[in-house]
Design a protein. Structure first.
Lengths: 297, 54
């Protein structure tokens, strides 16, 4: 998240990425494991760097030729260092006559796709207050950062919504995997047993109600009020707008430095148009567990 | 027991980089474009969810 607001907001880096490179953003936990052409090509590049693909995380920024030759590796937020590496890579002659790698059969374990006849909904979250004031620019980035995710809706749930019904499986999925504070990092998802109250209804296109989630030890809790609107036409949902807002409390090892005590958290859901490459990315809660994410509860 | 409509509108408009930088999400798609256009590939390899980082 901090890279979004620092390194990848640097005008020089943005210009080179737009004009001189082909930029790709991946979760390397997939690519370094998957047994297919995509995984092979990634490991070919990563294994030339300081973090071999068989030794744990390979995270970082890799500059590579289309033939898989590594041009440089960087895992530092210093924009000047990254810019220098990019310029050095561009100064080298490009290999000629490189062919596109044939994709072949994809490793389905690491190539999740949205459910057939389902829907993709963009989910954005924001802490709405409660942070202590700070002049530290890095801390400010975390405090003002927006969490982003995708919600996947199954085909049968899509059909139900189009009929004006609200499937319980969808309410549970929204509660467990999307009513989370992901604004400072990757949060833990809620267990099914941590849904303490679930009173949500869809009536004449209006979705409203409340959800209460809490861990058994009381360290994390969210009491959310919901309001949304669902519209369909010809058996297809054309609008899915939903907002959840309420008092959140707690943090986790990867989302440290939450505001003290209870703080207001807002989460907004909107049907994806499909034109953004981000719409193809699987939900965070499905990482390594798509079936578990999509099942009834 | 739901949210007020005014809060729904305000938050939805307030809450709702991928346009600034045209990130691909498939390495092979990026490789194919790089081969065709004679450009190098820039891979941002994360240990986590790209939506959360990008």
């Amino acid at each position: 998240m901090i890279d979004r607001a620092s390194t990848f907001s640097d005008p020089g880096i943005v210009a080179l990425l737009r004009e001189k490179f082909v930029p790709v953003a991946i979760d390397q936990a997939y690519q370094r494991r998957q047994q297919d052409a995509e995984g092979d090509f990634y490991r070919k590049i990563a294994n030339q760097g300081p973090r071999p693909a068989d030794g744990g995380t390979t995270q970082g920024r890799y500059l590579a030729e289309a033939d898989g030759t590594l041009l440089g590796f960087n895992n530092h937020r210093d924009s000047e260092r990254l810019l220098r590496l990019m310029r050095e890579a561009l100064a080298r002659p490009r290999p000629q006559g490189v062919a596109a790698v044939e994709a072949g059969t994809k490793d389905a374990r690491y190539s999740p796709v949205p459910p057939a006849d389902g829907l993709v909904v963009r989910v954005h979250s924001l802490v709405l207050g409660g942070y202590p004031e700070t002049e530290d620019p890095v801390v400010k980035i975390f405090q003002e950062g927006m969490g982003r995710d995708n919600l996947w809706i199954r085909g049968d749930e899509h059909e139900a919504l189009a009929r004006g019904e609200l499937p319980d499986s969808l309410v549970v999925r929204i509660a467990r995997f999307h009513l989370v504070d992901n604004t400072r990092g990757e949060p833990p998802m809620w267990a099914a047993a941590e849904i303490r109250e679930r009173s949500v209804a869809l009536s004449e296109g209006r979705l409203s109600g409340r959800l209460h989630l809490a861990t058994a030890d009381g360290t994390r809790e969210f009491r959310a009020e919901l309001l949304g609107f669902v519209e369909s036409e010809g058996g297809r949902v054309k609008r899915f707008d939903l907002v959840a807002k309420g008092a959140f409390r707690g943090e986790s090892p990867l989302t440290r430095h939450a505001p003290p005590g209870e703080f207001p958290l807002g989460i907004s859901f909107r049907l994806a148009e499909g034109g953004d490459p981000a719409d193809t990315l699987p939900p965070q809660g499905s990482r390594g567990w798509v079936d578990g994410y999509l099942r009834d509860r | 027991g739901g949210l007020a409509f005014s809060e729904f509108e305000e938050l939805h408009q307030r809450l709702q980089i991928w346009r600034t930088i045209p990130w691909k999400t498939s390495l092979l798609e990026a490789q194919s474009i790089a081969a065709r256009e004679g450009k190098p590939i820039f891979i941002w390899a994360m240990d986590g969810h790209p939506l959360g980082c990008v």
